[in-house]
Design a protein around this ligand. Structure first.
Ligand SMILES: *[C@@H]1O[C@H](CO)[C@@H](O)[C@H](O)[C@H]1NC(C)=O
Ligand SMILES: *[C@@H]1O[C@H](CO)[C@@H](O)[C@H](O)[C@H]1NC(C)=O
Ligand SMILES: *[C@@H]1O[C@H](CO)[C@@H](O)[C@H](O)[C@H]1NC(C)=O
Length: 330
């Protein structure tokens, strides 16, 4: 009982904190005077990486979401644990598959060379997300900056706050609402699954053992039956292929487009948390509209929702600090 009480109370307390900082003063071009090349430095490295290692685009985009949903966009995702008895956000299972830390460290080192102690790791994540998307043929948007870096990173908070790949629509809606994000932000930001890979374990139960019977017909009814053999061809039953990679948007997983919505509309989204976007009238209408449209509306919406997400719980002014290395508090 006590446990139950506290897991419910905790997010509520956090919501108040977040709302308290909702009018934080981020601004486009925050570094115009203090580090005029800041955005160009980030973009140059992401541009290089997207050429030599394009599959890093998906994971690099994911960092921003995984950061913002836990303690706000404060780069707490990047902090190393201080010791093994205090695991950090990055040690939480949903974060353990993120890749690209070295890219972030390189960018940060380049920024420190140009303008020491000026550009936050939190802003680096925001700029990386925009650059990855636009370099993958997606939309470009102006990124408000001026975030500062947090000094706290706690594994259990990541476990509590990050929406899971099996989440139902009511959980997703309430987890987004708890961050001040709308149902529209939920469906729009889900479109980020147009980019990158997932691991087989995220879909294995849906195709082999959805209700625990484990017989040949035990598949998720929300999944197109004709699509199951294709997925089975890519992922064998657990534990064999657990961490094998599978494209989230097969055929165009390296380009940012709206084919994710086409897939979901055909009941071919990879995660249960993709499929459930058909369970709510508002998210369903959006999915169906984008499924057969040019990406114009989605592209415009995506930039707006990314800016919305980028406002979550930000530290500004004299709050937090500007880390010298993203993995370490100063
Ligand atoms: C942070 O932790 C990672 C993984 O344990 C390690 O490789 C890296 O060197 C650490 N970073 C710093 C700056 O200590
Ligand atoms: C959705 O998931 C939550 C958390 O797992 C659960 O408590 C709730 O009962 C589920 N809602 C529905 C409608 O299945
Ligand atoms: C299916 O899931 C059930 C319950 O989660 C588990 O006990 C069983 O071992 C699984 N069967 C297979 C074939 O993986």
């Amino acid at each position: 009982m006590a446990r139950q009480c506290c897991t419910i109370v905790f997010p509520a307390a956090l919501v108040l904190l977040l709302l308290g900082s909702a009018d934080a003063q981020l601004e486009v071009g925050f570094y115009r005077k203090s580090c005029p090349n800041a955005e160009a430095i980030v973009r140059a490295e992401i541009s290089r990486v997207m050429t030599v290692a394009p599959t890093l685009g998906g994971p690099l985009l994911r960092f921003f979401f995984h950061d913002c949903f836990v303690r706000g966009c404060d780069a707490s995702i990047l902090l190393n644990a201080t010791d093994s008895s205090n695991p950090a956000e990055k040690d939480a299972i949903p974060n353990s598959f993120l890749r690209g830390y070295k890219v972030i460290d390189t960018i940060k080192a380049n920024l420190e060379k140009a303008c020491p102690s000026t550009v936050s790791c939190a802003d680096v994540l925001a700029l990386i997300a925009r650059d990855v998307v636009s370099l993958a043929k997606g939309p470009y948007w102006e990124v408000p900056t001026g975030r500062r870096d947090g000094r706290v990173s706690i594994m259990s908070e990541a476990l509590n706050m990050l929406p899971g790949f099996t989440a139902n629509i009511s959980s997703l809606k309430s987890q987004f609402a708890a961050q001040g994000l709308s149902v529209k932000d939920l469906v729009v930001l889900s479109g980020a699954h147009t980019l990158g890979n997932a691991h087989c374990f995220t879909v294995t139960n849906r195709i082999y053992n959805f209700s625990g019977r484990g017989d040949n017909t035990d598949t998720d009814p929300a999944l197109d039956k004709r699509y199951v053999p294709k997925l089975r061809g890519k992922c064998s039953p657990l534990p064999a292929d657990a961490i094998k990679l599978i494209e989230m948007d097969p055929g165009s997983f390296l380009s940012f487009d709206n084919s994710y919505f086409t897939l979901v509309s055909k009941r071919r989204g990879l995660f249960e948390s993709d499929a459930v976007l058909l369970d709510d009238s508002e998210t369903r209408a959006y999915v169906l509209r984008q499924a057969n449209a040019p990406p114009t509306e989605f592209f415009e919406d995506f930039g707006v929702s990314m800016v919305n997400m980028g406002n979550i719980g930000v530290l500004t002014g004299s709050q937090g600090e500007i880390r010298k290395q993203c993995a370490l508090r100063n």
